[in-house]
Design a protein around this ligand. Sequence first.
Ligand SMILES: Nc1ncnc2c1ncn2[C@@H]1O[C@H](COP(=O)(O)OP(=O)(O)O)[C@@H](O)[C@H]1O
Ligand SMILES: [Mg+2]
Length: 258
Amino acid sequence: MAELEIRNLHVRAGEKEILRGLDLTVGSGQIHALMGPNGSGKSTLANVIMGHPNLEVTEGQILLDGQEITGADPDERSRLGLFLAFQYPISVPGVTVTKYLRTVLNAHRESRGEEPIPLKEFRQTVEAAMKLTDVPRDFSSRYLNEGFSGGEKKRMEILQLALQKPNLAILDETDSGLDIDALRVVANGVNAVAGPDMGVLIITHYQRILHLVQPSHVHVMYQGRIVKQGGTELVEQLERVGYGWIREEFDEAAPEAA
Ligand SMILES: Nc1ncnc2c1ncn2[C@@H]1O[C@H](COP(=O)(O)OP(=O)(O)O)[C@@H](O)[C@H]1O
Ligand SMILES: [Mg+2]
């Protein structure tokens, strides 16, 4: 069980203030969607939650289960059960998928004071997770993300998600650039692993994944803040009219921020 709470977060990258007073709470068992036009700061939010070294928190807090993690390093956050599926997963030539997954799993076990996973149990766990996420078995012996198509990389992220069973999973545009079949795999994977012990934050520019994974809460981000919150009716509204009305409404309310 875990609750992520973000309070009045201000974040800079270099000279630029990207997040400008953002509040967000994601509880266990909830699926939140974070939408917003390109450049509104969605990826920056995902990265700062994970502790990206190039981002500077100038004000505000990030808490996990009431414990402040604003300054924790990325490793510690991962051990505490935060997981980020990247918008652009990187390749790791020379490291096979199996080796990588085992290393990650064991690092998490070690932090909980557990022994490394026995080989047989590891094989069974990975096989079950591969089945769940529809990842072909021959992935195991390939080098991580090397020569993977866009869709395969995203499946790989979902496979990791299924294996790690984090407390809070953040998917940053995991749906972008996917054809409908790959999108279904991603959505089915998320639906299969989400549960009462996991919070999910789906970051997306588009609506289509939100027809396959039903969010309980929807947030719209604009210029570094959450400017709208609601339910799936917001998704429908954005689908019909795009982001123009958000721009108009927000720029009108705070013209100095335009
Ligand atoms: N490291 C950085 N240095 C300077 N500006 C950045 C950096 N990272 C992101 N930005 C800028 O911050 C804004 C928000 O970016 P981003 O978080 O990627 O938005 P989104 O994911 O919503 O498209 C953009 O204008 C982007 O150019
Ligand atoms: Mg982004």
